[in-house]
Ligand binder design. Structure first.
Ligand SMILES: NC(=O)c1ccc[n+]([C@@H]2O[C@H](COP(=O)([O-])OP(=O)(O)OC[C@H]3O[C@@H](n4cnc5c(N)ncnc54)[C@H](OP(=O)(O)O)[C@@H]3O)[C@@H](O)[C@H]2O)c1
Length: 214
């Protein structure tokens, strides 16, 4: 049974993952978020789930939240994402935790080819620079990480994806949040999966110059 700490637990992918965990696994979940009241009802209605209040820039609260956990799943965002990455790595070191799943984004290695790559870089701007810096903090650490680089996210209720490795060209333009959530749950059940890897994730056959809805 995996004990999973979810950082940024009210994020859209995180909430999908929480429902998959609760419905299909016996994992114990600790939900870490700002304003924990937002997930109080979900936590109260599931015996293996607790919600704790915390900001991921607060290293001491992070350390306390990591006690007894097997895996940390970070579903974070924001222009201070690099600082959040540093705080998470610092707290994991302090608590001697090793397994981290980190949601990042496409384009952090300039790995998106062609016109879509150019468009993506232009539209995302500093966001990519910040996410690349955060990913570097994780990759430079000794943690057993998986960095997930999703394509542009959709809310389609489907699990349909393919994976590219670091060093390969990114494929496709879109992927569902549901697919990313399923990958996270699968890693928690089998922690050797994608160990110390940075994976691109896209829906097959969605190549184009932009995501279909642009
Ligand atoms: N949109 C796309 O097409 C796309 C594509 C690839 C990757 N991504 C990235 O994938 C990631 C996950 O996506 P998503 O849809 O699940 O994102 P999301 O709904 O925006 O979730 C991000 C979460 O991070 C939390 N957070 C930010 N700063 C925090 C802090 N200091 N302390 C605690 N929590 C903090 C937010 O908390 P609050 O609820 O308290 O604000 C939010 O719930 C994001 O980083 C996103 O940028 C997006």
């Amino acid at each position: 049974m995996a004990r999973v700490l979810i950082l940024g637990a009210n994020g859209k992918i995180a909430r999908l993952a929480e429902h998959i965990f609760a419905d299909t696994t016996d994992s114990d979940l600790r939900l870490y978020l700002r304003n924990a009241e937002r997930l109080r009802d979900f936590a109260d209605s599931h015996t293996l789930v607790e919600a704790v209040e915390g900001d991921t820039t607060d290293v001491q609260t992070l350390i306390e939240s990591m006690k007894d956990e097997d895996l940390v799943y970070a579903n974070l965002a924001g222009s201070n994402i690099e600082s959040q990455a540093r705080a998470v790595v610092q707290a994991m070191h302090a608590e001697k935790k090793t397994r981290l799943v980190w949601i990042s984004t496409l384009g952090i290695y300039d790995e998106v080819p062609g016109k879509f790559g150019e468009w993506n870089k232009k539209v995302l701007g500093d966001y990519i620079t910040n996410y690349a810096a955060a990913a570097k903090v994780i990759e430079d650490s000794d943690l057993d990480y998986t960095i997930i680089r999703p394509a542009w996210l959709t809310d389609k209720p489907e699990v349909d994806y393919e994976v590219t490795k670091k060093g390969e060209d990114f494929k496709g333009t879109e992927v569902s949040r549901r697919s990313i959530a399923q990958i996270v749950v699968d890693i928690a059940q089998d922690p050797d999966k994608y160990s110390r890897e940075s994976i691109g994730v896209n829906k097959p056959n969605t190549d184009g110059d932009k995501p279909a809805w642009y």
